[in-house]
Design a protein around this ligand. Structure first.
Ligand code: URA
Length: 433
């Protein structure tokens, strides 16, 4: 087989066979096929799509491209959680300790930022000393002892996805249903959990802009999970507005800490409790309603905050960041962004908010680029809130003076102000089982 023929076949709308997909993925993982040919193939997939069989084969070969984690040494039902990516999405930092506080072990491998969206690993690495790369034995030991551990998709777990993920990030080939479904599910299958809760984001800040695409992505992933014997539930959640007020790594950890103390933004708290309740439900902790109660109690009692502190300490980080944000230090530049007129914020181009944060240094523009953990945006106002001309509606945090003007321009263009208060939007659209 020749890679150029695979690119040609997909470019012209052909359906690849199981063998052809295995040839592409295994060849790339072994370093036998170069980035530029895979980039061309990804673009062909982006435009031509893949059918259900191709998507399932792609998932399978990616899941088997490296080690498969064996979580059997951890007692109980292990439930994993994954978000398809959003702006201000720091849910794992809250959901994982809530679930662990309810006695359900969380052994989680998370990703880095992708495109305009943030990643849990980047957020955790903003905590001084925090280690996201652990040997398997240490990872399992921390889960057994502390009830939770969150690491990067390190070592040899779905290495094919790791390579493709980084390449897609910088070749504008992220937002394709088959590529996202196979990326998410290959990791989740290889990571060994018994059940999976998916947070499928829908809206202008998500990779799936429409409800229709988000539904299709959710159904594709739930079907893949069920096919391989991992009970999977997907929630479709609103990404037409950033989640919470903080966008950027350290800023989001600070907001997550406030949420764990019960002082978090309402939208973030609601989505986190619903995700946690669904994880507890899959772990057979009760009816969904009972699980909502358990999750709420874990948050209000401070038990989840304690779990998060224990996890940070076990992974080498300084848990005092949760009590004192000053431990993070602050970006040297904090620039106020002001409303141009009176009115209400009526819409936010959420992907543009993510791009503005990236420009400030919170995300990567090229493969493997370093990020500035302190950089990002602290929104002071969101959709539905009244603003006055000249009022500060956001702060830009950065160490790059040169990025401020561009980020401010992008952010101001992303925020629409009108005379009427808009109707509130639902946060959770659907649950697919
Ligand atoms: N999250 C993933 O893990 N993969 C994608 O492709 C998109 C979001």
């Amino acid at each position: 087989m020749r890679m150029v023929d695979m690119i040609l076949k997909k470019r012209d709308g052909g359906v690849l066979t199981q063998e052809e997909i295995a040839f592409i993925i295994n060849g790339y993982t072994k370093g036998e096929i170069p980035d530029y040919q895979i980039a061309a193939w990804l673009m062909a997939v982006y435009f031509q799509g893949m059918d259900d069989h191709e998507t399932a084969w792609l998932t399978e070969v990616m899941a088997k491209s490296g080690d498969q984690v064996d979580l059997s040494s951890i007692p109980g039902i292990k439930v994993d959680k994954h978000s398809t990516g959003g702006v201000g999405d720091k849910t794992t930092l809250i959901v994982a300790p809530v679930v662990a506080a309810c006695g359900v072990p969380v052994a989680k491998m998370s990703g880095r930022g992708l495109g305009h969206t943030g990643g849990t690993v980047d957020k955790l690495e903003s905590i001084p000393g925090f280690r996201t790369v652990l040997e398997k034995e240490e990872f399992l030991r921390i889960v057994r002892e502390q009830g939770l551990c969150v690491i990067g998709q390190s070592g040899n777990i779905a290495p094919a996805d790791k390579l493709l993920y980084a390449l897609r990030d910088v070749t504008a080939t992220v937002d394709n249903i088959s590529l996202i479904a196979s990326s998410v599910m290959s990791k989740k299958i290889a990571a060994g959990a018994d059940a999976i809760v998916l947070d499928v984001k829908a809206g202008c800040g998500a990779f799936m802009k429409t409800m229709e695409d988000a539904l299709q992505l959710a159904k594709t992933m739930v079907a893949i999970g069920d096919k391989v014997g991992r009970k999977t539930v997907a929630l479709i959640t609103n990404m037409d507005i950033p989640l919470g007020y903080a966008i950027g790594n350290a800023l989001e950890v600070i907001e997550a800490a406030e949420t764990l103390k019960g002082n978090g933004p309402e939208d973030l708290t609601e989505v986190c409790l619903e995700l946690a309740a669904n994880m507890l439900f899959l772990a057979k902790k009760g009816t969904l309603e009972e699980c909502r109660g358990l999750a709420g109690k874990a948050l209000s009692s401070g038990a989840a905050l304690d779990r998060m502190k224990a996890m940070i300490a076990a992974q080498g980080g300084d848990p005092s960041v949760l009590d004192d944000p000053a431990v993070f230090g602050c970006a040297p530049i904090v620039h106020p962004v002001c409303a141009a007129k009176n009115g209400f914020i009526t819409a936010m181009k959420t992907d543009q908010c993510g791009i503005a944060a990236m420009v400030l240094g919170a995300g990567r523009e090229t493969k493997g680029a370093a990020i500035d953990h302190q950089a990002g945006i602290l929104l002071l106002k969101k959709i539905g809130e009244a603003v006055a001309a000249g009022e500060v509606i956001a702060q830009l945090h950065t160490s790059s003076e040169a990025s401020v003007a561009q980020a401010e321009k992008i952010l101001l263009a992303a925020i629409a102000i009108g005379p009427e208060k808009p109707a509130p939007q639902p946060l959770i659209f659907e649950r697919i089982e």
